[in-house]
Design a protein around this ligand. Structure first.
Ligand code: 13P
Ligand code: SF4
Length: 318
């Protein structure tokens, strides 16, 4: 009998589809995807995909971003329930009130947010370019960063800017407690600690390196060290191990799971390509503003290399 992966690949080609997956998805999803990457890389892959259908394996805001950057393609999610609790911590009404309370602020919005929130913001950022985006705001202008207080605080520290942050956070990264990291350090002396900026300040203070998921991948790839304690969602360890077979990677905590990222399975990708359900759209009154905030980000901080990062399978169906 034909394997599920073979069935997916055949249907993918028949549908002129491309399968994009985030670094946190299940191993089985990463292994069958055409491209695996961080939020910024997925946005670029979506923008440049010459496909009728984009199957976005990740969470809802990533699918919205893909749709904004490639409005001609149908963007499908294999499981529409996959949201981001951090994005849900800020509504557009919340943001309007915060802007009224802090007039004159430049609003920097993490892409982990709804399209409506992006449309109310001046510029977007991802975890791989947050510091560069903040550095580009005129020194005299105050900054309001939404919705992640941890990423906003970290980016402000890197650049030496005072940043007012919305009180949102990622529940997965907040559960990586300093005591877990300390235990891992004691168990694996000599291992370097690599941390995602969505982690809290005490955990970031224990890091040898703080970076986005793709930043962690490139740091571990080029480091002369052979052991790493990784403080981010556990899905990233799949690529870290696959791309660095001679190095060791340890989880910084037993709780590094984003349940939303795990909702996409190989079966759901197959069903998605069979029946084409789960289409993601962005309302017409919101799309132009959201696209403007994303485009401003891309103008300030274009990706350094589109091909080399991620797993690099560049499937363009015929
Ligand atoms: P990056 O892969 O862009 O670092 O993002 C992490 C994340 O939490 C996405 O939801
Ligand atoms: Fe949202 Fe955190 Fe999951 Fe990323 S890891 S999708 S920020 S809940």
């Amino acid at each position: 009998m034909e394997s599920i992966v073979d069935r997916i690949r055949k249907l993918r080609d028949r549908r002129r589809a491309v399968i994009l997956a985030h670094n946190y998805t299940l191993h089985e999803v990463q292994d069958l995807a055409d491209f695996v990457g961080d939020s910024l890389e997925l946005a670029f892959r979506a923008a440049e995909a010459r496909a009728d259908v984009i199957v976005l394996c990740g969470v809802y805001f990533m699918a919205e971003t893909a749709k904004l950057l490639n409005p001609g393609a149908s963007v499908l999610m294999p499981d529409l329930r996959a949201g981001c609790p951090m994005a849900d911590m800020l509504t557009v009404e919340d943001l309007r009130q915060a802007k009224a309370a802090h007039p004159g602020c430049a609003v920097v919005c993490y892409v982990n947010s709804s399209a409506a929130v992006k449309a109310e913001s001046d510029i977007c950022c991802t975890s791989s370019n947050a510091a560069a985006i903040i550095a580009g705001i005129p020194a005299t202008q105050p900054i309001l960063f939404v919705p992640d207080r941890n990423l906003g605080e970290w980016a402000g520290e890197v650049v030496g800017r005072d940043v007012k942050c919305w009180d949102g956070y990622c529940p997965t990264h907040e559960r990586i407690l300093p005591q877990y990291v300390q235990q891992a350090r004691e168990q694996h002396p000599g291992a370097l600690v690599v941390v995602h900026p969505e982690c809290t300040s005490p955990v970031r203070a224990m890091a040898n390196h703080v970076a986005s998921t793709s930043g962690i991948l490139s740091f571990c790839r080029t480091s002369s060290c052979s052991a790493f304690i990784v403080a981010t969602e556990r899905g990233l360890l799949h690529r870290l191990r696959a791309e660095n077979p001679t190095k060791e990677f340890f989880e910084a905590s037993p709780h590094m799971i984003c349940p939303n990222m795990k909702l996409t399975t190989a079966e759901k990708i197959l069903w998605c390509l069979e029946d084409l359900p789960g289409e993601v759209t962005v309302a017409d009154d919101v799309a132009p503003g959201a696209r403007r905030a994303i485009d401003r980000m891309l103008a300030v901080a274009p990706p350094r290399c589109r091909k080399a990062r991620g797993r690099g399978v560049d499937h363009e169906p015929h």
